[in-house]
Design a protein around this ligand. Structure first.
Ligand SMILES: [Fe+2]
Length: 220
């Protein structure tokens, strides 16, 4: 495990793990090629056109743009996506152990037991945000990316119940239990910028689908 993970347990009800410089320079270059490809081809779809979390009145909680790479790349072709290939770093057994030792004890500490993942690429341009919500998975891993120098303010991450703020830093990864409410503050540019100069997020959800246990294997 070459990355430097730092656990944050200041509020025991909101454990999270940060890792700066998540991608190596070579990996980051490949990931940016993929992001620019989606952006230049106008593949980014506004959240209002697809499934998005809503409040009790049915109002969208998010305004951003999205791409779902799992819908584009299937089976072996997933290896041709630098973003999906990056998932392999998240299955490192040393990372599993680190998460196990630095998350809540009990039923929420089951990263090792997850067996499925789902990825969303999101992009926040001026005025975009994500109001407080939780994710319907077990673990959420976010990686934030933007073109340097940073051309915007806002776009920062908050655990809304605990009032913990985590600044949006380029190439920063955060791991947290998905049930914790979280939000993204509105993003604003200091001067008008074209699409692509805002905040990208690579979201990897991890969850468990129970495996069917054959009777003969279970001695029942
Ligand atoms: Fe979320």
């Amino acid at each position: 495990m070459s990355n430097n993970f730092i656990s944050h347990l200041e509020d025991p009800s909101h454990p999270f793990i940060l890792c700066d410089n998540w991608f190596t320079p070579e990996e980051e270059k490949s990931v940016w090629n993929e992001l620019d490809y989606y952006t230049n081809l106008n593949t980014l779809q506004h959240s209002s056109l697809g499934p998005v979390a809503t409040d009790e009145e049915g109002t969208d909680l998010a305004s951003n743009f999205r791409v779902y790479p799992d819908r584009i790349y299937k089976d072996e072709s997933r290896n041709t996506s630098p973003i999906l290939s990056g998932l392999s770093k998240l299955s490192d057994t040393k990372l599993h152990s680190f998460i196990h030792e630095n998350m809540l004890p009990g039923p929420f500490n089951n990263y090792k037991g997850t067996n499925c993942d789902s990825t969303i690429i999101s992009y926040y341009h001026t005025g975009d945000y994500y109001k407080s919500h939780y994710d319907a998975f077990q673990f959420t891993i976010l990686i934030w990316l933007y073109k340097e120098p940073k051309a915007f303010t806002g776009g920062d991450f908050h655990f809304t119940d605990a009032k913990i703020s985590v600044p949006c830093v380029n190439n920063r990864l955060i791991i947290f239990p998905s049930f914790l409410n979280h939000a993204v503050t509105p993003l604003e540019f200091e001067t008008k910028k074209p699409i692509g100069f805002g905040r990208y997020t690579l979201t990897h959800f991890f969850y468990t689908i129970p495996q069917v246990v054959e009777e003969k294997d279970n001695n029942i």
